[in-house]
Design a protein around this ligand. Structure first.
Ligand SMILES: CSCCC(=O)C(=O)COP(=O)(O)O
Ligand SMILES: [Mg+2]
Length: 232
């Protein structure tokens, strides 16, 4: 019986181009001014310190951490400290109405359908939980955050580490084989499979099928009936 669905965001519910061209671009453009404007806040101090720890360089100045974060944005590094500061910057963007987030048109209907089937919905993304809640709370299809009752980011663990999926299933209080994980990234699907989860890959926007995993082009292709997960 599928009791929970855990979904990735970038490339799965939401286009890669929105994340890179809108979100990452805004974070890059606003990083210096944001850190300067909020330098004394505990959450910013904590993110700066976390970056020093992640870099293994406790003596880095704030300016050096900002340079590091800019490099990590360009490298698409999923560092927890970077994701934390990005979420804070995006909060300002969403609240100013600078953008709404992209979701594929099949996403709201599928979330509603699965929820109506009694399946609980959760998110596992490299983006911080704050960023996840903001993204689903401000989509072009309206506020979808209420569909989800579980939010997991890299503070739970890396997305390519099977142990992260074991932690998520434990937190959701279900057995691994009762959880379906959705992602566009093979390494994440491999890790979920290693932890015993069901999984379906998403090949959006004409991307090739995921090797070794059942692959859907849209959430509408995924049919869940009791124990079985079919991809049309
Ligand atoms: C939560 S919105 C921004 C997503 C993000 O920062 C990111 O790096 C994408 O990661 P995902 O695990 O959703 O592919
Ligand atoms: Mg992804």
């Amino acid at each position: 019986m599928v009791k929970r669905i855990v979904t990735d965001i970038e490339g799965t519910t939401t286009s890669i181009s929105f994340v890179t061209s809108t979100l990452f671009a805004h974070a890059r453009a606003s990083l210096v001014s944001f850190v300067r404007a909020h330098a004394g806040e505990a959450r910013v101090v904590a993110a700066l310190d976390a970056a020093r720890t992640e870099a293994g360089e406790p003596g880095l100045s704030d300016a050096a951490v900002i340079s590091l974060w800019l490099r990590w944005i360009d490298e698409d590094r999923k560092a927890t400290s970077l994701k934390a500061i990005q979420g804070m910057i995006w909060e300002e963007g969403y609240h100013a109405g600078a953008y709404r987030s992209h979701v594929y048109p099949d996403v709201p209907g599928a979330l509603a359908r699965w929820k109506a089937q009694g399946i609980g919905l959760a998110v596992f993304s490299s983006g911080s939980v704050l960023a996840q809640r903001l993204l689903f709370g401000h989509t072009i299809e309206g506020d979808l955050a209420g569909f989800f009752d579980g939010w997991f980011d890299t503070t739970t663990g890396k997305k390519a580490d099977p142990a992260s999926y074991a932690r998520i299933t434990a937190a959701l209080e279900v057995a691994p084989h009762e959880v379906l994980f959705l992602s566009d990234v093979k390494a994440e699907l491999d890790a979920a499979r290693a932890a015993g989860l069901l999984r379906v890959g998403l090949a959006r926007d004409g991307a090739p099928p995921l090797v070794d995993h059942p692959t859907a082009r849209s959430f509408d292709d995924i049919v869940i009936e009791g124990d079985s997960v079919l991809v049309r």
